[in-house]
Design a protein around this ligand. Structure first.
Ligand code: COA
Length: 261
């Protein structure tokens, strides 16, 4: 792993890698550099077989990611901003990441930050975290997938309210509407998230990858197409040594040792 990133920290913890957006003085706001470095880090991690699960978080206890960098908005013309948004490399890198990626949300999770969390597979929040798509307050709308992913996750009514009102909701409310998977006391956030991440990291990386692909089809294809592709992906698992090991370990009443082959 190269260490040439200025805005991102990468820490290996066995099969789980912790990726931290590190601009706490700017509430980890996503500027062009952070987006590009985030995408580059994920490119490196995707190619590394020892990385089974990624946990994505923001440095400090104030923010996961406060938002897109609003200072850059002020400088950009429409054409420049369109280029930034069309080159959604960070959102694409997260969405297309072939391994499980968990957002560990510790504080403000707003606008582009909420969109980053939405692109992840699971969201675990500390009880001081807050969520929102406040773009409307600046006379703009979400542009990093918020209108689509939030709506798919929590339904049109709740998504519409958050996006039209720009209101910020607390972690408990986010849990109630299904925006986050778990809410825990802020001082337990890391423990709980690592517990979930480590449990997932023990599974077969091949099965995880295929399961993720299959689940994502649910919102991107019609039911018949999704069911057909699910069977193909299910059958593909049968070509792996991990499937042989999983079945054998079950029959021998022992824990499987998955190798990702
Ligand atoms: N873009 C650029 N800089 C940001 C930022 C963002 N999205 N969010 C925070 N910062 C910067 C502030 O400018 C400030 O920098 P400074 O110390 O150089 O003045 C620093 O981070 C701390 O921010 P501050 O507002 O003092 O922190 P806070 O903890 O009191 O409040 C927020 C945090 C996130 C509630 C507040 O910064 C905020 O409302 N941000 C904008 C959210 C928003 O409306 N987003 C919609 C845009 S699409």
């Amino acid at each position: 792993m190269s260490n040439s990133y200025e805005t991102i920290l990468v820490e290996r913890r066995g099969g789980v890698t912790l990726v931290t957006i590190n601009r706490p003085e700017k509430r980890n706001a996503l500027n062009i550099q952070t987006r590009a470095e985030g995408a580059a880090v994920l490119d490196e991690l995707r190619a590394d077989d020892s990385v089974r699960v990624v946990v994505l978080t923001g440095a400090g206890d104030k923010a996961f990611i406060a938002d897109a960098d609003i200072a850059e908005f002020a400088e950009h013309t429409a054409i420049q901003q369109r280029e930034v948004m069309l080159d959604r490399s960070l959102f694409n890198a997260i969405d297309g990441f072939p391994k499980p990626i968990i957002a560990m949300v510790n504080g403000y999770c707003l606008g582009g930050g909420c969109e980053v969390a939405l692109a992840c597979d699971l969201r675990v929040a500390g009880d001081k975290a807050s969520f929102g798509q406040p773009e409307i307050n600046l006379g703009i709308i979400p542009g990093g997938g918020g209108t689509q992913r939030l709506t798919r996750l929590v339904g049109e009514g709740k998504a519409m309210e958050m996006i039209l009102s720009g209101e910020i909701i607390d972690a408990q409310t986010a849990f109630l509407i299904g925006l986050v998977n778990h809410v825990v006391a802020a001082d337990q956030l890391e423990t709980k998230t690592m517990e979930i991440a480590n449990r997932i990291a023990e599974k077969s990386p091949i099965a995880l990858r295929l399961a993720k692909e299959a689940v994502k089809l649910a919102s991107r294809s019609n039911l018949d197409e999704g069911l057909r592709r699910e069977v193909d992906l299910f059958a593909l698992c049968f070509s792996s040594e991990d499937k042989d090991e999983g079945v054998k370990a079950f029959l021998e009443k022992r824990k499987p040792q998955f190798k990702g082959r």
